[in-house]
Design a binder for this molecule. Structure first.
Ligand code: CDP
Length: 131
C-alpha cells in the first residue's frame, strides 16, 4: 500500500513566510509547521493544499512550485510541500493552530519547527521572493 500524502504550504506574502503553531494533538501542540493536511481521494496535491489553507486559515492561495522531496511523518504518512502565494484574506487560526507568524528573511529559525518540516522550511526560506 502506498503512503497517505499530507500536503503543506510555504505561503509567501511580501517577502515573508507564514508559520503556524499547532494547538493539537497534544504531542504536536506548541510546535510550528507549514500549514496543510491530508489529501482526500480524488484530489490533487495542489487542490488539497488550496482547500486546507482555506479551511484552516481562511485564505485563498495559489500553489507555485513543489519543493523537491518527500518526508516521512507517522507510519503510513508522507509530507509533500509546495510554495504558495497569498491571493486574498488575512490568515487566522481557525482550526488546528493557536498562533500564526510571518517570518522575514533571516527569521527561518525563529520558531520551533516540527522536525519533519525542517528540510522543506530551509528550502522555502532560501526561495523567499523579494527578500
Ligand atoms: O487537517 P488534516 O486532519 O487533514 O491533517 P493534519 O492533522 O493537519 O495533518 C496530518 C498529519 O500530518 C498530522 O500528524 C500532522 O502533524 C502532520 N503534519 C506535519 O507533520 N507537518 C505539516 N506541515 C503538516 C502536517
Amino acid at each position: 500500500m502506498s503512503d497517505r500524502v499530507v500536503v503543506a504550504g510555504a505561503v509567501y506574502d511580501r517577502g515573508r513566510l507564514l508559520a503556524a503553531r499547532r494547538s493539537a494533538p497534544p504531542e504536536l501542540a506548541g510546535r510550528w509547521e507549514l500549514p496543510g493536511g491530508k489529501v482526500e481521494p480524488g484530489e490533487s496535491g495542489e487542490q488539497a493544499l488550496v482547500r486546507e489553507l482555506r479551511e484552516e486559515l481562511g485564505i485563498e492561495t495559489e500553489p507555485l512550485e513543489r519543493i523537491p522531496g518527500e518526508w516521512p511523518l507517522k507510519p503510513g504518512y508522507v509530507l509533500r510541500v509546495w510554495t504558495a502565494r497569498l491571493l486574498s484574506g488575512v490568515p487566522a487560526p481557525l482550526q488546528d493552530h493557536d498562533e500564526l507568524r510571518w517570518l522575514g528573511p533571516g527569521e527561518g529559525d525563529a520558531v520551533d519547527w516540527l522536525e519533519q518540516d525542517r528540510p522543506a522550511v530551509a528550502e522555502a526560506v532560501r526561495r523567499l521572493p523579494g527578500g
